[in-house]
Design a protein around this ligand. Structure first.
Ligand code: FES
Length: 103
């Protein structure tokens, strides 16, 4: 059994030039939103959900990106509404949010 039910990694990498990168699309701010929401829902800690920061996941052109393990489900997102939908549907109900999937 996994230590966490879901382990979510947000790429917050910032590339040094003006190339596409997750941080330039607000990744850190939205990672912080996700972390605060999971804590507010009482879902952080062992056996629950962990929100982590990641370096570049090498999918920069599809970003910003996050990945949910153990399923290896990749999402892109734009705003807090997208993150909330991932929390409510995927992390709470186990239902993939198809509209935000990246293949
Ligand atoms: S900067 Fe996020 S995947 Fe590369």
């Amino acid at each position: 059994m996994s230590f966490y039910k879901y382990h979510v990694f947000f790429c917050t990498n910032q590339r040094p030039d003006q190339q596409m990168c997750c941080e330039n699309a607000g990744a850190s701010k939205l990672r912080a939103y996700a972390k605060a929401r999971i804590k507010a829902l009482g879902l952080s800690g062992e056996g629950e959900i962990r929100i982590n920061t990641s370096g570049c996941l090498d999918r920069c052109s599809e970003g910003p990106v996050l990945v949910v393990y153990p399923e290896d489900t990749w999402y892109t997102f734009v705003d807090e509404q997208d993150i909330e939908e991932i929390i409510q549907e995927h992390l709470l109900k186990g239902r993939v949010v198809k509209r935000l999937l990246i293949k």
